[in-house]
Design a binder for this molecule. Structure first.
Ligand code: ZN
Length: 395
């Protein structure tokens, strides 16, 4: 297909009105009046719309996004939180775990798709049987990981096994007490802090820790909603201004009842970041930290066709992320989500099975994901009162 007439994001601030030809999952051409375009490609007029690169959510646990927020009050560290909430045989955990993991993971993919995300970093091994072409979003495939120092006795071995050009992702310094704070030093002593190390949370950073992480060129995934609800605070503003590479992640509904659009707003309110800072944290910087090599995080010829279409109100790409409501989501060249107003435009060339999905407080879309079947299975196991990242969903 050829998208014509839209403003296209060139970076956080700049846009240009160019044609985009999407073919074979890639942006085959980006330029003015594409003469070399294949005449068989449908040409879609997107005048009045702004096209952004698909967003990157740097941390989620996809299978936990239907859960209510578990836990009571705030905790000192992740170990005490986990000990308090891990009650697999008690409601509501019991009912949620009874729903197939496959269904729960697809819900997690939908949460991301609905918020403009085209690539998510899922903190678990890549499962090729689930994360296939039918999955709503791309899932980061090439990475090493460990849960954390407390829960991964083989952490050093996992780090060593991770290929040099892959990121190594782990929860670290998740908490506000001495136990959590000591983790950066312990990780350094184990030799696992390097430029491919990506620490999730790292709330309890002091200045020497911060200096060390900067020296080692490690990166940080910031999940403010999750931190604030679990520990009553998040990383200091100084961390975000230190030059450390910081990217944004939602974490799961277990601790954060948010999607990435909500999280961008929380991040902005927490540390008064500029729209451009936030844009980098969910696009190019995230692609760099996660070592994504397919052109993710920007719109460029030859790169993956991961795109978000929004209404053009004259805003910059960075400003467009604030309370963003996607009109259309294209993942690897395929339309996966479309608003009612753009549905006719899509059905011209794609008459696939579109099913509606309504999200409380967000809106209604059509998607090729089989929402009615997913809803039916979910109601049967959990009951009609389920929520996706805190919001009621209906087909
Ligand atoms: Zn996590």
């Amino acid at each position: 297909m050829i998208l014509r007439g839209a403003r296209i994001a060139l970076d956080a601030k700049a846009t240009g009105t160019v044609d985009l030809m999407v073919r074979g999952g890639r942006i085959a051409f980006a330029g003015r009046h594409s003469r070399d375009t294949d005449s068989r490609s449908p040409v879609l007029d997107f005048t009045g719309f702004l096209v952004l690169p698909g967003l990157i959510n740097a941390h989620d646990h996809l299978e936990f996004n239907l859960f209510p927020s578990l836990g009571h009050g705030t905790y000192q560290n992740a170990k005490s939180w986990a000990a308090d909430i891990y009650r697999p045989s008690v409601s509501p955990v019991k009912e949620h775990l009874a729903l197939s993991k496959h269904a729960r993971i697809i819900w997690g993919g939908l949460k991301n798709l609905l918020s403009g995300v085209t690539t998510v970093s899922h903190h678990n091994p890549f499962d090729a049987t689930v994360f296939d072409a039918a999955f709503p979003v791309n899932v980061v495939r090439h990475f090493g990981w460990a849960h954390s120092l407390d829960f991964s006795p083989d952490l050093v071995e996992r780090f060593r096994r991770t290929p040099q050009d892959w990121p190594f992702i782990l929860h670290a310094a998740e908490g506000v007490d001495e136990h959590a704070r000591s983790e950066i030093g312990r990780l350094a002593a184990l030799g696992v802090l390097s430029e491919r190390t990506v620490l999730v949370h790292a709330i309890g950073l002091d200045q020497p820790d911060l200096n060390l992480l900067r020296k080692r060129r490690s990166a940080l995934v910031w999940c403010p909603s999750s931190n604030i609800s679990t520990y009553g605070r998040t990383v200091a503003a100084a961390v975000l201004q230190s030059g450390l590479r910081v990217v944004l992640g939602t974490d799961s509904a277990l601790t954060a009842q948010v999607d990435l659009v909500d999280e961008i707003e929380v991040a902005q309110q927490t540390h008064q970041l500029t729209p451009e800072d936030l844009f980098e944290m969910v696009t190019t910087r995230s692609a760099c930290v996660l070592r994504l090599t397919d052109g993710e995080g920007r719109i460029r010829e030859g790169g993956a066709a991961d795109l978000v279409v929004v209404e053009d109100r004259g805003q910059t790409p960075a400003e467009a992320l604030q309370r963003m409501r996607p009109e259309m989501m294209i993942v690897r060249g395929k339309v996966r989500l479309v608003s009612p107003r753009l549905r006719d435009r899509v059905s011209v060339f794609d008459d696939g099975k579109w099913t509606p999905i309504s999200v409380e407080g967000k809106g209604t879309w059509f998607t090729d994901v089989d929402v009615p079947a997913l809803h039916e299975e979910t109601v049967r196991v959990i009951g009609p009162e389920y929520r996706l990242a805190g919001r009621r969903v209906s087909p």
